[in-house]
Design a protein. Structure first.
Length: 367
Protein backbone atom coordinates (compact mmCIF):
# COMPACT_ATOMS: atom_id res chain seq x y z
CA UNK A 1 0.00 0.00 0.00
CA UNK A 2 1.64 3.28 -1.10
CA UNK A 3 1.45 6.26 1.25
CA UNK A 4 -1.36 8.60 0.24
CA UNK A 5 -3.79 11.06 1.74
CA UNK A 6 -5.40 8.21 3.71
CA UNK A 7 -2.36 8.03 6.02
CA UNK A 8 -2.72 10.88 8.45
CA UNK A 9 0.27 10.22 10.71
CA UNK A 10 2.50 7.16 10.77
CA UNK A 11 5.74 6.72 12.65
CA UNK A 12 7.89 3.77 11.63
CA UNK A 13 10.78 2.74 13.88
CA UNK A 14 13.02 0.06 12.37
CA UNK A 15 16.01 -1.26 14.24
CA UNK A 16 19.19 -1.65 12.12
CA UNK A 17 18.97 -5.42 12.14
CA UNK A 18 15.59 -5.38 10.37
CA UNK A 19 14.54 -4.79 6.78
CA UNK A 20 11.94 -2.34 5.54
CA UNK A 21 8.32 -3.61 5.36
CA UNK A 22 7.00 -4.93 2.08
CA UNK A 23 4.07 -2.81 0.90
CA UNK A 24 2.18 -4.96 -1.58
CA UNK A 25 -0.96 -4.33 -3.60
CA UNK A 26 -3.09 -6.31 -1.19
CA UNK A 27 -2.05 -4.11 1.74
CA UNK A 28 0.60 -3.72 4.41
CA UNK A 29 2.59 -6.94 4.74
CA UNK A 30 5.21 -7.41 7.44
CA UNK A 31 7.47 -10.24 6.30
CA UNK A 32 9.47 -12.40 8.76
CA UNK A 33 12.12 -10.31 10.53
CA UNK A 34 10.27 -7.01 10.08
CA UNK A 35 9.46 -4.95 13.18
CA UNK A 36 6.86 -2.19 12.78
CA UNK A 37 6.57 0.21 15.72
CA UNK A 38 3.90 2.89 16.06
CA UNK A 39 5.61 5.37 18.37
CA UNK A 40 3.26 7.32 20.62
CA UNK A 41 -0.35 7.72 19.49
CA UNK A 42 -0.40 7.96 15.69
CA UNK A 43 -3.26 6.85 13.45
CA UNK A 44 -2.52 4.44 10.62
CA UNK A 45 -5.33 4.43 8.03
CA UNK A 46 -5.52 1.33 5.82
CA UNK A 47 -7.90 2.03 2.94
CA UNK A 48 -9.24 -0.86 0.84
CA UNK A 49 -6.33 -3.05 1.90
CA UNK A 50 -5.29 -5.70 4.41
CA UNK A 51 -2.83 -5.94 7.28
CA UNK A 52 -0.71 -9.11 7.01
CA UNK A 53 1.59 -9.79 9.94
CA UNK A 54 4.36 -12.34 9.58
CA UNK A 55 6.85 -10.23 11.52
CA UNK A 56 6.38 -8.04 14.60
CA UNK A 57 3.75 -5.31 14.99
CA UNK A 58 4.00 -3.00 18.05
CA UNK A 59 1.03 -0.68 18.40
CA UNK A 60 2.19 1.41 21.40
CA UNK A 61 -0.81 3.77 21.96
CA UNK A 62 -1.67 4.12 18.30
CA UNK A 63 -4.86 3.53 16.32
CA UNK A 64 -5.23 1.36 13.21
CA UNK A 65 -8.20 2.53 11.13
CA UNK A 66 -9.60 0.29 8.35
CA UNK A 67 -11.64 2.15 5.72
CA UNK A 68 -12.94 1.62 2.18
CA UNK A 69 -15.51 -0.41 0.29
CA UNK A 70 -13.55 -3.29 -1.19
CA UNK A 71 -15.20 -6.74 -1.08
CA UNK A 72 -14.80 -8.57 2.21
CA UNK A 73 -12.39 -11.14 0.77
CA UNK A 74 -9.99 -8.32 -0.09
CA UNK A 75 -9.74 -6.64 3.33
CA UNK A 76 -8.58 -8.68 6.28
CA UNK A 77 -6.34 -8.91 9.32
CA UNK A 78 -4.16 -11.97 8.89
CA UNK A 79 -0.73 -13.46 8.47
CA UNK A 80 1.17 -16.15 10.35
CA UNK A 81 1.48 -14.10 13.56
CA UNK A 82 -1.41 -12.69 15.62
CA UNK A 83 -1.57 -8.89 15.92
CA UNK A 84 -1.91 -6.89 19.11
CA UNK A 85 -3.62 -3.51 18.58
CA UNK A 86 -4.03 -0.68 21.02
CA UNK A 87 -7.03 0.97 19.34
CA UNK A 88 -8.75 -0.57 16.33
CA UNK A 89 -11.36 1.37 14.34
CA UNK A 90 -13.53 -0.03 11.54
CA UNK A 91 -15.00 2.48 9.11
CA UNK A 92 -15.95 0.36 6.11
CA UNK A 93 -18.49 2.16 3.91
CA UNK A 94 -19.31 -1.15 2.21
CA UNK A 95 -18.43 -4.80 2.82
CA UNK A 96 -16.79 -6.06 5.99
CA UNK A 97 -13.38 -6.50 7.55
CA UNK A 98 -12.40 -10.15 7.96
CA UNK A 99 -10.38 -11.59 10.84
CA UNK A 100 -8.04 -14.25 9.43
CA UNK A 101 -6.02 -14.82 12.60
CA UNK A 102 -6.39 -14.24 16.33
CA UNK A 103 -6.12 -10.59 17.34
CA UNK A 104 -5.78 -8.62 20.58
CA UNK A 105 -7.13 -5.15 21.37
CA UNK A 106 -5.78 -3.49 24.52
CA UNK A 107 -7.69 -0.23 24.16
CA UNK A 108 -10.87 0.46 22.21
CA UNK A 109 -12.37 -1.28 19.20
CA UNK A 110 -14.68 1.28 17.60
CA UNK A 111 -17.29 0.35 15.02
CA UNK A 112 -17.89 3.49 12.96
CA UNK A 113 -19.37 1.57 10.03
CA UNK A 114 -19.26 -1.96 8.67
CA UNK A 115 -18.89 -5.28 10.48
CA UNK A 116 -15.97 -7.30 11.76
CA UNK A 117 -16.27 -10.97 10.78
CA UNK A 118 -14.59 -13.30 13.29
CA UNK A 119 -14.27 -16.28 10.90
CA UNK A 120 -13.66 -18.80 13.71
CA UNK A 121 -10.87 -16.72 15.28
CA UNK A 122 -10.59 -15.09 18.70
CA UNK A 123 -10.76 -11.35 19.34
CA UNK A 124 -9.20 -11.01 22.79
CA UNK A 125 -9.79 -7.80 24.77
CA UNK A 126 -7.51 -8.92 27.57
CA UNK A 127 -8.45 -7.10 30.79
CA UNK A 128 -8.41 -3.53 29.44
CA UNK A 129 -10.05 -3.64 25.99
CA UNK A 130 -13.57 -2.43 25.23
CA UNK A 131 -16.12 -2.23 22.39
CA UNK A 132 -17.66 1.08 21.30
CA UNK A 133 -20.60 1.97 19.02
CA UNK A 134 -21.71 -1.59 18.26
CA UNK A 135 -25.17 -1.67 16.66
CA UNK A 136 -27.16 -3.56 14.02
CA UNK A 137 -25.40 -2.04 11.02
CA UNK A 138 -21.91 -2.12 12.59
CA UNK A 139 -21.21 -5.15 14.75
CA UNK A 140 -18.87 -8.00 15.54
CA UNK A 141 -20.27 -11.24 14.16
CA UNK A 142 -19.16 -14.85 13.71
CA UNK A 143 -21.95 -17.06 12.42
CA UNK A 144 -19.34 -19.59 11.25
CA UNK A 145 -17.43 -19.51 14.53
CA UNK A 146 -15.12 -17.31 16.53
CA UNK A 147 -15.56 -15.37 19.76
CA UNK A 148 -14.83 -12.18 21.69
CA UNK A 149 -13.21 -12.56 25.12
CA UNK A 150 -12.64 -10.29 28.11
CA UNK A 151 -11.13 -11.09 31.53
CA UNK A 152 -12.27 -9.01 34.52
CA UNK A 153 -11.68 -9.01 38.25
CA UNK A 154 -15.19 -8.97 39.74
CA UNK A 155 -15.29 -8.42 43.49
CA UNK A 156 -18.87 -7.49 44.43
CA UNK A 157 -19.50 -6.02 40.95
CA UNK A 158 -22.39 -3.59 40.69
CA UNK A 159 -23.92 -3.24 37.21
CA UNK A 160 -20.59 -3.91 35.46
CA UNK A 161 -20.45 -4.65 31.72
CA UNK A 162 -16.81 -5.75 31.25
CA UNK A 163 -15.41 -4.51 27.96
CA UNK A 164 -18.93 -3.42 26.95
CA UNK A 165 -19.21 -6.95 25.60
CA UNK A 166 -22.95 -7.15 26.17
CA UNK A 167 -23.57 -8.71 29.61
CA UNK A 168 -24.07 -6.66 32.77
CA UNK A 169 -23.09 -8.38 36.03
CA UNK A 170 -24.12 -7.63 39.61
CA UNK A 171 -23.15 -9.73 42.61
CA UNK A 172 -22.67 -9.33 46.36
CA UNK A 173 -19.89 -11.91 46.34
CA UNK A 174 -16.31 -12.07 45.11
CA UNK A 175 -16.38 -13.85 41.76
CA UNK A 176 -12.63 -13.33 41.33
CA UNK A 177 -11.04 -13.27 37.89
CA UNK A 178 -13.88 -13.96 35.46
CA UNK A 179 -13.50 -14.90 31.79
CA UNK A 180 -16.43 -13.77 29.65
CA UNK A 181 -16.72 -15.06 26.08
CA UNK A 182 -19.29 -14.01 23.51
CA UNK A 183 -20.07 -16.10 20.43
CA UNK A 184 -22.63 -16.04 17.62
CA UNK A 185 -23.00 -19.59 16.31
CA UNK A 186 -26.57 -20.77 16.90
CA UNK A 187 -26.83 -22.93 20.01
CA UNK A 188 -29.31 -25.79 19.83
CA UNK A 189 -30.96 -28.04 22.39
CA UNK A 190 -31.33 -31.82 22.14
CA UNK A 191 -34.39 -31.36 19.90
CA UNK A 192 -32.52 -29.14 17.47
CA UNK A 193 -34.20 -25.90 18.55
CA UNK A 194 -32.06 -22.78 18.69
CA UNK A 195 -31.82 -19.57 20.66
CA UNK A 196 -30.84 -16.17 19.33
CA UNK A 197 -27.56 -15.64 17.49
CA UNK A 198 -25.59 -14.58 20.59
CA UNK A 199 -24.39 -16.58 23.59
CA UNK A 200 -22.14 -15.95 26.58
CA UNK A 201 -19.79 -18.12 28.60
CA UNK A 202 -19.24 -16.60 32.04
CA UNK A 203 -16.59 -18.53 33.98
CA UNK A 204 -15.59 -16.97 37.33
CA UNK A 205 -12.67 -18.01 39.47
CA UNK A 206 -15.11 -18.56 42.35
CA UNK A 207 -18.12 -20.35 40.89
CA UNK A 208 -19.83 -21.89 43.91
CA UNK A 209 -23.33 -20.61 44.63
CA UNK A 210 -22.62 -16.87 44.67
CA UNK A 211 -25.95 -15.19 43.82
CA UNK A 212 -25.47 -13.19 40.63
CA UNK A 213 -27.74 -11.02 38.47
CA UNK A 214 -27.20 -10.93 34.72
CA UNK A 215 -28.61 -8.48 32.19
CA UNK A 216 -28.09 -9.94 28.71
CA UNK A 217 -28.11 -7.51 25.80
CA UNK A 218 -28.71 -8.38 22.14
CA UNK A 219 -29.15 -6.79 18.70
CA UNK A 220 -32.23 -7.07 16.49
CA UNK A 221 -30.04 -8.62 13.78
CA UNK A 222 -29.26 -11.52 16.14
CA UNK A 223 -32.86 -12.59 16.83
CA UNK A 224 -32.86 -15.33 14.15
CA UNK A 225 -36.62 -15.01 13.75
CA UNK A 226 -37.40 -15.02 17.49
CA UNK A 227 -40.03 -12.73 19.07
CA UNK A 228 -38.03 -10.45 21.36
CA UNK A 229 -41.02 -9.98 23.67
CA UNK A 230 -40.98 -13.70 24.50
CA UNK A 231 -37.25 -14.13 25.11
CA UNK A 232 -36.12 -15.62 28.40
CA UNK A 233 -32.80 -16.88 29.81
CA UNK A 234 -31.54 -20.43 29.48
CA UNK A 235 -28.28 -21.83 30.79
CA UNK A 236 -26.13 -24.88 30.17
CA UNK A 237 -22.65 -26.19 30.69
CA UNK A 238 -20.20 -25.20 27.95
CA UNK A 239 -20.54 -27.51 24.96
CA UNK A 240 -23.66 -29.19 26.39
CA UNK A 241 -26.96 -28.99 24.50
CA UNK A 242 -29.04 -29.73 27.62
CA UNK A 243 -30.41 -26.31 28.51
CA UNK A 244 -32.10 -25.34 31.79
CA UNK A 245 -34.75 -22.67 31.99
CA UNK A 246 -33.60 -19.81 34.18
CA UNK A 247 -36.47 -17.45 33.32
CA UNK A 248 -36.46 -13.67 33.59
CA UNK A 249 -37.28 -10.97 36.12
CA UNK A 250 -37.40 -8.05 33.71
CA UNK A 251 -36.89 -7.24 30.05
CA UNK A 252 -37.01 -4.32 27.65
CA UNK A 253 -37.70 -5.03 23.95
CA UNK A 254 -36.95 -1.39 23.09
CA UNK A 255 -33.39 -1.23 24.44
CA UNK A 256 -32.96 -4.99 23.89
CA UNK A 257 -32.12 -6.72 27.16
CA UNK A 258 -33.37 -9.49 29.46
CA UNK A 259 -32.52 -9.60 33.19
CA UNK A 260 -32.51 -12.48 35.65
CA UNK A 261 -31.42 -12.42 39.30
CA UNK A 262 -30.01 -14.83 41.87
CA UNK A 263 -28.27 -17.40 39.75
CA UNK A 264 -25.64 -19.23 41.77
CA UNK A 265 -23.82 -21.30 39.15
CA UNK A 266 -22.46 -19.50 36.10
CA UNK A 267 -21.71 -21.10 32.73
CA UNK A 268 -23.15 -20.66 29.23
CA UNK A 269 -26.21 -18.45 28.73
CA UNK A 270 -28.50 -17.73 25.82
CA UNK A 271 -31.79 -16.01 25.18
CA UNK A 272 -34.48 -18.26 23.71
CA UNK A 273 -38.22 -18.87 23.89
CA UNK A 274 -39.75 -21.52 26.13
CA UNK A 275 -41.54 -22.21 29.39
CA UNK A 276 -39.82 -25.45 30.40
CA UNK A 277 -36.32 -26.94 30.45
CA UNK A 278 -35.99 -26.79 26.69
CA UNK A 279 -36.37 -24.21 23.98
CA UNK A 280 -39.82 -23.69 22.52
CA UNK A 281 -40.72 -26.64 20.31
CA UNK A 282 -40.88 -25.66 16.64
CA UNK A 283 -39.90 -28.81 14.79
CA UNK A 284 -40.17 -32.59 14.94
CA UNK A 285 -37.60 -35.24 14.21
CA UNK A 286 -35.77 -34.52 10.95
CA UNK A 287 -33.58 -37.29 9.60
CA UNK A 288 -32.02 -35.52 6.59
CA UNK A 289 -31.89 -32.15 4.79
CA UNK A 290 -30.29 -31.01 1.55
CA UNK A 291 -30.44 -28.16 -0.96
CA UNK A 292 -30.45 -28.50 -4.74
CA UNK A 293 -29.51 -27.69 -7.43
CA UNK A 294 -25.99 -26.69 -6.49
CA UNK A 295 -24.95 -24.33 -7.87
CA UNK A 296 -28.37 -22.63 -8.21
CA UNK A 297 -29.41 -19.74 -10.42
CA UNK A 298 -32.62 -17.96 -9.44
CA UNK A 299 -33.96 -20.42 -6.88
CA UNK A 300 -33.08 -23.47 -4.85
CA UNK A 301 -35.10 -26.19 -3.18
CA UNK A 302 -34.72 -27.40 0.39
CA UNK A 303 -35.61 -31.07 0.77
CA UNK A 304 -36.57 -32.25 4.26
CA UNK A 305 -37.01 -35.88 5.29
CA UNK A 306 -38.84 -36.08 8.60
CA UNK A 307 -40.47 -38.72 10.75
CA UNK A 308 -43.26 -36.33 11.73
CA UNK A 309 -44.93 -33.16 10.53
CA UNK A 310 -43.46 -29.98 11.95
CA UNK A 311 -42.34 -26.42 11.33
CA UNK A 312 -39.35 -24.23 12.12
CA UNK A 313 -37.66 -20.90 11.51
CA UNK A 314 -35.20 -20.79 8.61
CA UNK A 315 -32.72 -17.96 8.12
CA UNK A 316 -30.75 -17.09 4.97
CA UNK A 317 -27.41 -15.30 5.38
CA UNK A 318 -24.93 -13.94 2.86
CA UNK A 319 -21.24 -14.86 2.93
CA UNK A 320 -20.48 -12.00 5.33
CA UNK A 321 -23.06 -13.18 7.85
CA UNK A 322 -25.72 -10.56 7.09
CA UNK A 323 -29.25 -11.84 7.66
CA UNK A 324 -31.16 -11.58 4.37
CA UNK A 325 -34.45 -13.39 4.95
CA UNK A 326 -36.31 -15.26 7.67
CA UNK A 327 -39.26 -17.52 6.99
CA UNK A 328 -41.13 -20.28 8.78
CA UNK A 329 -41.04 -23.58 6.95
CA UNK A 330 -43.68 -26.31 7.26
CA UNK A 331 -43.17 -29.97 6.41
CA UNK A 332 -45.06 -33.25 6.51
CA UNK A 333 -43.99 -36.72 7.59
CA UNK A 334 -41.88 -38.16 4.81
CA UNK A 335 -40.31 -35.98 2.11
CA UNK A 336 -41.14 -32.28 1.75
CA UNK A 337 -39.67 -29.75 -0.68
CA UNK A 338 -39.55 -26.03 0.17
CA UNK A 339 -38.67 -23.64 -2.67
CA UNK A 340 -36.66 -20.47 -2.03
CA UNK A 341 -36.36 -17.63 -4.57
CA UNK A 342 -32.94 -15.93 -4.61
CA UNK A 343 -33.21 -14.15 -7.96
CA UNK A 344 -32.80 -10.71 -6.35
CA UNK A 345 -29.37 -11.56 -4.93
CA UNK A 346 -26.02 -11.38 -6.69
CA UNK A 347 -24.02 -14.52 -7.36
CA UNK A 348 -22.10 -15.83 -4.39
CA UNK A 349 -22.20 -18.14 -1.38
CA UNK A 350 -25.13 -18.14 1.05
CA UNK A 351 -25.85 -20.00 4.28
CA UNK A 352 -29.23 -21.45 5.24
CA UNK A 353 -29.61 -21.92 9.00
CA UNK A 354 -32.38 -24.26 10.11
CA UNK A 355 -31.64 -24.91 13.80
CA UNK A 356 -31.72 -28.66 13.21
CA UNK A 357 -28.73 -30.74 14.39
CA UNK A 358 -28.77 -32.88 11.24
CA UNK A 359 -28.43 -29.86 8.98
CA UNK A 360 -28.03 -26.68 11.01
CA UNK A 361 -26.22 -24.70 8.35
CA UNK A 362 -26.49 -25.60 4.68
CA UNK A 363 -24.39 -23.94 1.98
CA UNK A 364 -26.14 -22.48 -1.07
CA UNK A 365 -24.06 -21.45 -4.09
CA UNK A 366 -25.62 -19.09 -6.65
CA UNK A 367 -24.09 -18.63 -10.10
Amino acid sequence: MKPNNHIRFVVLAILPIFFMPVLQAQGLQLTPGIKWVMKGSPTLVINNASLINEGSFIADSGTVFFTGDRAASGTFIGGANPISFYNLTIGKSANDLQLNNNAFVKGMITLDSGNLQLNDYLLDLGSTGSIARERDDARIIGVRGGAIRITALLNRPQVINPGNIGVEITSEGNLGYTVITRGHVLQTNADGESGIQRWFDIIPENNTNIPTTLRLFYLNSELAGKDKNALTVFSSKEGDNHWSLWGKDASDPVTNWVLKSNHGQLGRFILAIGSRNAFAKSSKTITAMQVYPSPAHNAFALQIISEEAGNGIMSLYDQSGHLLEVKRGFWQAGVTTINWNISKYAAGIFYLSTGNPNGRTLTVVKQ
